[in-house]
Write a protein that binds this ligand. Structure first.
Ligand SMILES: C[C@](O)(CO)[C@H](O)COP(=O)(O)OP(=O)(O)OC[C@H]1O[C@@H](n2ccc(N)nc2=O)[C@H](O)[C@@H]1O
Ligand SMILES: Nc1ncnc2c1ncn2[C@@H]1O[C@H](COP(=O)(O)OP(=O)(O)OP(=O)(O)O)[C@@H](O)[C@H]1O
Length: 284
């Protein structure tokens, strides 16, 4: 029985803008997405029986078709008419319901992993298309890196840039519903739309001050209103001297960026006094 291991990396949104609400209920977005070096590990092992079996190191993660890994495996089996069984062990490190696309990245890793294990020969574009039916963040997570995401998040423009800075992530022990945050967003009241083009120029320049100045997420104010402690956490990061601080996705994770290792380590230790889930990582 063959065995395969895949990393499922977390993402942050360096910019997140919402253009309008669509007739299908989703929001038309423009975002700069970035993977960071914080990842879940997925171990795939073939089974004798035609069944999908999940196990996980975290007790409260559902192991049935509510898990995005299960849905990804089911989809790929159906799409490619595969009648084989699979056991996926999910070793979670990415905090759950954090705005870091943990479940989406696990689903993307499942599509990549099973494509390889069962030698299906699907291209990244094909996997991104399959992934779009699981969730809006899944297509980006197939390739990761740095990309502009438009549409509801599934239309991707991959950028040939390798940003080089430290990312300190902090997540408070609260859950935020992405659907609720989008629902509560008042698009007319958005005063400051972040510029994806501006961020691309800044990333190309590599200048951390310029990159920091271009960070922006229109969902921040919605989540801050629902959970003021997330705004307090952002202010703590700023007090500790982080050049750029932003909430990721619909939250509640807040991240800080810096190009100096000593500063990253200092901020990491300082913010641990305010939040239990803190990670010192890099973008890749
Ligand atoms: C906030 C982000 O994580 C930023 O990357 C994404 O926009 C959300 O991605 P996701 O969690 O994969 O979202 P999905 O699972 O597709 O959708 C969850 C819910 O969020 C809302 N949603 C999501 C994406 C989008 N462009 N517009 C929306 O209005 C919809 O109500 C949807 O029912
Ligand atoms: N493999 C998985 N890992 C984590 N959560 C999962 C998984 N599959 C399904 N879920 C469920 O999905 C919900 C959201 O979890 P997830 O960690 O994906 O959120 P998120 O980081 O906010 O995602 P996004 O940034 O895409 O909005 C949780 O309630 C969890 O129970």
């Amino acid at each position: 029985m063959r065995l395969l291991i895949e990393k499922a990396k977390a993402k942050i949104n360096l910019t997140l803008d919402v253009k309008y609400k669509r007739s299908d209920g989703y929001h038309e977005v423009e975002m700069i997405m970035q993977t960071v070096d914080l990842y879940d590990r997925l171990v795939f092992q073939e089974r004798e029986r035609d069944e999908i079996v999940l196990t996980c190191n975290m007790p409260y993660i559902p192991l049935d078709d509510r898990n995005l890994v299960y849905r990804a495996a089911e989809l790929i089996k159906r799409e490619f008419a595969i009648h084989k069984g699979i056991h996926v062990h999910i070793e979670k490190k990415i905090p759950v319901a954090a705005g870091l696309a943990g479940g989406s990245s696990d689903a993307a890793a499942t599509l990549r992993g099973l494509n390889q294990l069962w030698q299906l020969g699907a291209t990244y574009e094909e996997l991104e298309n399959v992934g779009a039916s699981i969730g809006s963040d899944v297509p980006f997570c197939i390739r990761g890196g740095t990309a502009v995401a438009r549409g509801r998040g599934e239309i991707l423009e991959h950028l040939p840039i390798q940003p080089n800075f430290w990312v300190i992530l902090a997540k408070l022990p609260i859950s935020v519903s992405t659907a609720e945050v989008y629902r509560k967003l008042n698009i007319q009241s958005i005063a400051d739309h972040p510029s994806a083009i501006g961020m691309i120029h800044a990333l190309k320049s590599g200048d951390i001050q310029q990159i920091s100045g271009c960070l922006g997420n229109v969902l921040e104010s919605v989540t801050f209103e629902m959970h003021p402690e997330v705004a307090v956490l952002k202010n703590q990061f700023l007090k500790f001297g982080a050049p750029g601080v932003l909430m990721s996705g619909s939250g509640p994770t807040v991240f800080a960026i810096t190009d100096r290792e000593a500063k990253a380590v200092r901020i990491y230790h300082a913010i641990r006094g305010y939040s239990r889930d803190v990670f010192l990582t890099r973008c890749w």
